[in-house]
Design a protein around this ligand. Structure first.
Ligand code: 1GP
Length: 264
């Protein structure tokens, strides 16, 4: 980062955000894998290399809760084994690392507690400034998905009903009008039901900023449907953690092909 950028706390650089925008323009939709720092993976290096070779577009690292002390080590390992952006998707202020390329500067718009809308962010800002990592202002919007998820519980959210796209549209427009750069529609990790396509389509008709969609996406066909509906970035986490090692490469390639197949 240049001296001027450092003075601006990274706010002007936007290297990772530019990459996201350029790649969306080039490919249509992107595939990001979520790495949970709490899930012990003795083969993390190998996993990241395979995913990178298969054409994944980037990695998110984070978790609603952090039970282990692995966070920093996990970020370093991912960073060392890929040339794709490594972006923190933080569950709290304890998930910030100078080794990442960027951090989703999340505000949980569906939270009922200001701590998750502006409180943790205020504590995090000076650390992000000091580390010089790129903050990407992101609206985190939780969608009801069948059962209480960790994201809903921890963030004290009132998730948006699945059959109320109008509410989701209003939240998304709010995010755009507030100047946020990304919208993350979250069904929750391991959700029974992923974010409905009708809801994605509805939002896409109203907002211009990119939409990330994650939670409960378990196969490439579903990923394709979401990208076709308007999701600019599809995120999966659990499904790869639950896949036997010898099938990982095949499955990641299928996700990459399904998502990149969508040229809107
Ligand atoms: C990303 O939390 C999700 O937003 C990941 O969800 O683990 O269900 O794929 P899954």
């Amino acid at each position: 980062m240049s001296e001027k950028e450092a003075r601006l706390g990274g706010a002007s650089s936007g290297k990772v955000y530019n990459y996201i925008i350029n790649e969306i323009n080039r490919r249509g939709s992107l595939y990001f894998i979520l790495i949970d720092p709490d899930k012990p993976n003795s083969n993390l290096q190998k996993f990241i290399r395979i995913a990178t070779d298969c054409g994944v577009d980037g990695f998110f690292i984070g978790s609603s809760l952090l039970l282990s002390e692995n966070f920093e080590k996990c970020v370093k390992t991912v960073k060392k084994n890929t040339d794709k952006p490594v972006i923190i998707f933080p569950g709290s202020i304890y998930q910030i690392s100078k080794h990442a390329d960027a951090i989703l500067f999340l505000s949980v718009l569906t939270s009922t507690n200001t701590e998750y809308i502006i409180g943790q962010q205020t504590l995090a800002s000076p650390i992000i400034f000091k580390y010089g990592i790129e903050p990407i202002s992101t609206a985190y919007i939780l969608i009801e998905s069948g059962k209480m998820t960790s994201a809903t519980f921890i963030s004290q959210s009132k998730p948006i009903p699945r059959d109320k796209p109008d509410i989701a549209i209003a939240y998304s427009l709010t995010a755009q009008y507030l100047g946020m750069k990304l919208i993350y529609l979250e069904a929750g990790s391991g959700a029974d039901n992923s974010v409905p396509v009708e809801l994605i389509q509805g939002i896409k008709n109203f907002v211009k900023i990119p939409l990330i969609v994650g939670g409960g996406i378990k196969n490439p066909e579903t990923a394709f449907e979401k990208s076709k509906a308007g999701a600019d970035i599809i995120v999966t986490g659990n499904i790869l953690e639950d896949t036997p090692e010898k099938k990982i490469k095949g499955l990641i390639s299928e996700f990459v092909n399904a998502i990149h197949q969508n040229k809107r």
